[in-house]
Design a protein around this ligand. Structure first.
Ligand code: AIR
Ligand code: ASP
Length: 288
């Protein structure tokens, strides 16, 4: 497997002779080097590793960008780091306003600790403005404001190219129950309202986004939570004034400038450290 650039987890030096460890040493928490961790799942842009405690996983953001069901693939240095930070910001805000998510905390530049959930095999897309596949399908000009927000479901299946499905398909094939669909739609609306406001405050229009949900088991109880990631890879974000694209369409449509756009999203959300706001015009800085 390709190793990502130098920004991955740093591996602290390990005790050399295992046999010399004092008894009970195993009780101490310790880092598990990346290559020793059990890999649970590898997707196109992320890897999931076994977490430090039962019921947790580590979500690792790669630099890989794919489009059109991985027919187009490129490694874009730094994308994983930006998506990790942006997704952390969004998920921790969602947790704070009482929208349940799988997110626990960010661990390092590329990784976050998450709760293990049973992923529901649906991509839930919420649209506010016509763009992408909706524009193509219905012949709507990109940028047309929709009469109301529209929720769509796609069946997560690469071999089938993630086909759009209806609630009828979802319940008939047992991917989710009618009650779960209600919960997913209620979550999708709350996430859309929150994200629209968050981005509006940063001078960005939330055109549409994709989210995934999972079942979180707590003893006998189960609830639906927001899972996966929410980042410029999974949203369409347009600058309000210039209408510039600040999302993965820059890659899909060969426009270039993806890292610059994602960095600008992070900067406007106020999540880049003071030192990362490069340039002499950045104003006074905090002395650290
Ligand atoms: N999306 C869908 N599958 C993967 C992703 N990331 C997101 C797109 C876009 C929205 O879902 O990034 O924000 C709708 O995509 P489309 O292609 O159906 O118009
Ligand atoms: N998620 C990708 C896209 O938005 C599809 C893929 O990875 O193939 O185009």
């Amino acid at each position: 497997m390709r190793r990502t650039g130098g920004t991955g987890a740093t591996i602290p030096p390990r005790a050399t002779a295992t046999r010399e460890r004092p008894i009970l040493d195993f009780l101490k928490p310790r880092y598990i080097p990346m290559n020793r961790r059990r890999r649970i799942y590898e997707g196109k842009a992320k890897v999931l590793y076994e977490g430090p405690e039962p019921g947790t996983l580590i979500q690792h953001f790669k630099d890989d960008a794919t489009a059109f069901n991985a027919k187009k693939h490129e490694v874009i240095d730094g994308k994983g780091v930006l998506n990790n930070r942006i997704s952390e910001h969004i998920f921790s805000n969602l947790n704070d306003i009482g929208v349940p998510t799988h997110f626990i905390r960010r661990l390092n530049m590329r990784e976050q600790l998450i709760r293990e959930v049973e992923i529901i095999p649906l991509e839930v897309v919420v649209r506010n403005v016509a763009a992408g596949s909706l524009s193509t399908k219905l012949g709507l000009e990109e940028g047309t404001q929709l009469p109301r927000s529209i929720i769509e479901f796609y069946y997560k299946n690469d071999a089938l190219n993630d086909p759009m499905v209806s609630e009828e398909h979802i319940t008939a094939f047992g991917w989710a129950t009618p009650q779960e669909i209600d919960d997913i739609m209620a979550l999708a609306i709350r996430v859309n309202d929150f994200l629209s406001g968050l981005f509006l405050g940063a001078g960005i229009r939330l055109v549409d986004f994709k989210m995934e949900c999972g079942r979180l088991w707590e003893g006998e109880m189960m609830r639906i939570v927001v899972a996966d990631e929410i980042s410029p890879d999974s949203c369409r974000l347009w600058d309000i004034k210039s209408k510039d694209k600040m999302d993965k369409d820059r890659f899909r449509r060969d426009m270039g400038g993806l890292i610059e756009a994602y960095t600008e999203v992070a900067r406007r959300l106020g999540i880049m450290g003071e030192n990362e706001k490069a340039g002499p015009a950045a104003g006074p800085r905090l002395v650290q």
